[in-house]
Design a protein around this ligand. Structure first.
Ligand code: PLP
Length: 397
């Protein structure tokens, strides 16, 4: 029977804003509304809120408050890192050489591609393994192509949004540094599930987006290790140490800090619960859907909340529609690509055949997901796949 409320299993696309986060943000819309750049008491109050948020985020990331730049989202943070390094290199009469994979989010891969197309940077694609992971050896070999005239930049995501694979960031960053290259990681999916200690990770830049960890949409940050020089992506006022001009969005920044604080409060318990629910999904789907394939890494090396599959003989959009009508909100991979029947770049980059890649499904659990939700999915999904396969077969007869 269809559940009383729709079951949301698309937490990799976005999460609901935690009511405690909303509560923290509320005073900064109409009560404490000053412009943080203003010199009077209204401005100072707003500036105080931003600096408290920055201090808290710096503690959680284990960095200095001066190493945090507030942005409008994860996409902007990624763009700032790649474009900032490329433009900085050009301003010094050099050229950036970007090393990245086609399994990255388009915020990175399309940015790298565009910079290369416009001849603003050189680009080397790194080939991930079949489970989506990038080995330090692959990076080591590629970096031997870095010339002394180039500024090297490696960009590898912490955890993949479509297939959940967690990358060995600390080991990769070490290889990059041994070759004198900078290391950026898109940590948008990792936040709220994995440690974001930038010292332990050894990264130079790290991108976050609040709406993936029960914070508001439209706010993110870029951690920039002291000493990293980025050409300013956005010029204007001197906000964010002139790295990112534009009046601060005070409520959203306050909300992001509160959301990350809350994410750390119950991290081990929540991750254990996610892992248990995810494993029920993975085992249940592989057992009950004929020919189902798990995409991405095995359980121990994938995001705790992330299950992703490929089904032969299925068109993902038809399956998503079927599930939606049955009260299950899922995704075929990246939310940005929903409605686009092209096989995903990520799935192709890990070697999936295009027809199999078209039949992808991503289920990501969250704080509100229950065992009953998983049981319902496990009874609904196999029937849906069977029906769609039968329809397709009938069309081919
Ligand atoms: N990077 C990854 C890995 C993502 O999953 C997303 C969003 O789906 C982004 C970047 C973009 O973040 P935002 O939605 O904040 O622009």
């Amino acid at each position: 029977m269809k559940p009383a409320r729709p079951i949301y299993l698309d937490h990799a696309a976005t999460t609901p804003t935690d009511p405690r986060v909303v509560e923290a943000m509320l005073p900064y819309f109409a009560e404490i509304y000053g412009n943080p750049s203003s010199a009077h008491s209204f401005g100072r109050k707003a500036e105080g809120a931003i600096e408290t948020a920055r201090e808290r985020l710096a503690q959680l990331l284990n960095c200095s408050r001066t190493e945090i730049v507030f942005t409008s989202c994860g996409t902007e943070s990624d763009n700032m890192a790649l474009r900032g390094v490329a433009m900085q290199a050009l301003s010094m009469g050099k050229r950036a050489h970007i090393f990245t994979t086609q399994a990255e989010h388009h915020a990175v891969s399309h940015t790298a591609e565009q910079l290369a197309r416009l001849n603003l940077a050189r680009l080397t694609w790194l080939t991930p393994e079949a489970d989506g992971s990038l080995t330090p050896q692959t990076l080591e070999t590629a970096l031997s192509g870095l010339t002394p005239e180039e500024v090297g930049l490696v960009s590898v995501m912490y955890a993949n949004n479509e297939i959940g694979t967690i990358q060995p960031i600390a080991a990769l960053a070490e290889v990059a540094h041994a070759h004198g290259a900078l290391f950026h990681t898109d940590s948008v999916q990792a936040a709220g599930q994995l440690s974001l200690d930038v010292q332990a990770l050894g990264v130079d830049m790290l991108a976050l987006s609040a709406h993936k960890f029960y914070g508001p949409k439209g706010v993110g940050l870029l951690y920039m290790r002291r000493g990293v020089s980025l050409f300013s992506a956005q010029t204007g006022g001197s906000q964010e140490n002139s790295h990112r001009a534009g009046t601060h969005n005070v409520p959203l920044i306050v909300g992001m800090a509160r959301a990350l604080e809350l994410a750390y409060e119950d991290l081990p318990v929540r991750v254990a619960n996610y892992t248990r629910l995810r494993d029920r999904l993975i085992d249940g789907v592989l057992d009950s859907v004929e020919g189902a394939q798990l995409t991405g890494a095995e359980k121990g090396r994938r995001l705790p909340n992330h299950a992703s599959f490929a089904f032969k003989g299925i068109e993902a959009n038809a399956l998503l529609m079927h599930l939606d009508l049955s009260g299950i909100a899922a995704s075929s991979g990246s939310a940005c690509n929903t409605g686009n029947p092209k096989p995903s770049d990520v799935l192709l980059s890990v070697g999936l055949a295009p027809d199999l890649a078209l039949g992808s499904l991503r289920l990501t659990v969250g704080r509100q997901t229950t065992d009953d939700d998983i049981s319902y999915v496990l009874t609904t999904l196999p029937t849906a796949v069977e029906r769609l396969r039968a329809v397709r077969l009938a069309h081919h007869l």
